[in-house]
Design a protein around this ligand. Structure first.
Ligand code: FMN
Length: 159
């Protein structure tokens, strides 16, 4: 059965992981694109995200995904933003019914690791089985390919 890879990425690190997962699994890949892009300035994005996360704001997405029900496993990627998922990922989780599905979270972070991300995904998807996560420091450096393929293999074996 095909996997779906869904992710949001502001500066490209999560996208890099997503593309590797796509190459390894041959799954379908979808980038979440907010209707209103985040600022190109890091500092402004950090400030905007802080407010959005505090209020639970879910930014509308340009992205529409057809046939989510046909996938069994969803690889879900997000940067660590203020210890949790980026708001476009929260929008995705609120818009699609993922109950009965397996979710394998992958995270790019700047030193904080997964923080509350896995707990928050579990809370937002009470009917899904959340599989082991992958947390990568920035773009994972030279080990990225090996780390991602080891993790994908473990996820698919455990599934
Ligand atoms: C709005 C914002 C908030 C962030 N908050 C955190 C954080 O709380 N902890 C952390 O480890 N890194 C944090 N970072 C760093 C990102 O997680 C890191 O740069 C990541 O590699 C970005 O992934 P991307 O290239 O896919 O956007 C933050 C970055 C941004 C833009």
């Amino acid at each position: 059965m095909k996997a779906l890879i869904v992710y949001y990425s502001w500066s490209g690190n999560t996208r890099k992981i997503a593309r590797l997962i796509q190459e390894i699994t041959g799954g379908d890949i979808v980038e979440l694109v907010p209707e209103r892009p985040y600022p190109s300035s890091y500092r402004e994005t950090v400030e905007q995200a802080k407010g959005e996360i505090k209020t639970g704001y879910k930014p509308p997405l340009k992205t529409k995904i057809e046939g989510v029900e046909k996938y069994d496993v969803i690889f879900l990627g997000t940067p660590n933003w203020w210890g949790t998922v980026a708001p476009p990922v929260a929008t995705f989780l609120s818009q699609y019914d993922l109950s009965g599905k397996k979710i394998a979270p992958f995270i790019s972070h700047g030193g904080g690791g997964k923080q509350r991300i896995v707990e928050d995904i579990k809370r937002m998807c009470p009917g899904s089985k959340v599989l082991m996560e992958l947390a990568v420091y920035y773009d994972g450096g030279r080990d990225l390919e090996r780390v991602v393929s080891d993790w994908v293999r473990k996820v698919l074996e455990s599934n």
